[in-house]
Design a protein around this ligand. Sequence first.
Ligand code: PEP
Ligand code: MN
Length: 451
Amino acid sequence: MNPMASAWAPDSWPRRPAAQQPVYPDPNALAAVLGQLRQLPPLVTSWEVETLKHQLADAQRGERFLLQGGDCSESFVDCESSVIASKLKILLQMSLVLVQGAGQRVIRVGRFAGQYAKPRSVDTETRGNVSLPAFRGDLVNRAEFEVAGRTPDPELLLRGYERAGLTVNFIRALVEGGFADLHHPEYWELPFARQHPIEDEYHRMVQAITASLRATEARTGASLPDSQRVDFFTSHEGLHLQYEQAVTRQVPRREGWYNLGTHFPWIGNRTRALDGAHVEYFRGIRNPIAVKIGAGITPAEAVALCNSVNPCNEPGRLTFIARFGASKVEKELPPIVAAVRQSQANVLWVCDPMHGNTETTSTGIKTRRFEKILDELEKAFAILRDGGAHLGGVHFELTGDNVTECTGGACGLTDADLTRDYRSPVDPRLNYEQSLEMALRLAKLLSPPAN
Ligand code: PEP
Ligand code: MN
């Protein structure tokens, strides 16, 4: 047993430097809220968490593929049925494309039901001669630039947990009710989708998959496993450590501690320091976890991370989400893949082609270009294949809505279109059509070459 592991407890992280934590003016109010949070029922269960870990272990062996996506940051006002349903619809459509086009079983994980806290590059925001705490997401403070709004408010931790609960409840009810049944892909149609040419290719796939499903079922006289019900899992950046600690629980008949606020928390690129508080908290929980790795990480650090958060080398436990950017990935990723491979650490390799490709237009708008996103994805795929590993999943910021936040793709959005319907308060997301097109391109990349 690793000697470090015995020293872990849900509250061992404050012994290490904790980056990106809000400072609350009233510690007693915070303590009272955390006490309430500790009493609330969990949002997910340990057996769901273990099921996901097994599926991620399958993905490590190349037997499944992870599709993870959603908003950069969820907001409380968007905790609303149509917004949640459209996120499920686009993830279902993309996964259908991957199942049909690439012949892969897909694990669907949303950046939802708790993605409410954001890391910031600076602690304060200054406008004119006024400096206030930076907006850190709805879990922490409010976006309005005024003193009361920007002061971290512990009550928001409860509001966030409750909204995450409402979100997960609605998703479960939809899935139970047959929304995700492969026999009824018409349930996932989005109202505006018909205007898009990319839809034709998608509909051809839908027809092919329903026809082959019906043929197989007619032949065997039974429903195919996985066809009537697909699962969604939840994920968010485990950033706010007091919140994460409060939702960390022990359960009957299982050993260890589970974060039961989400199935699959991840450590952000800014908080992955080896001796930092986030790595300390994450190393002790039993959930499958991911670590975002970006430019500047060394091969030795990557291997040390594996040893620290997965000392028993448990399959499915650790995912690396590579987010280097299209211009850096070829230089930075190969030595990391080689070092991890040499260490024999079990890692699921996922590409986030969004966060290393953010740019600002000449008029100051934050955007990402479809072509660069695809470029990084293609490069990561080749690097992993050539490095004796494989791309086992993707991580996108996307929405089922018709927004104009990223440029390019078949819809041909340009910088001039960005102001038309830019809704994200943080990072730009692929819109409905760009997401579907990305899935079609990805399916081609993943499909085995025809003989
Ligand atoms: C994010 O996922 O929104 C994010 C901040 O990413 P990263 O940690 O990779 O920068
Ligand atoms: Mn983001």
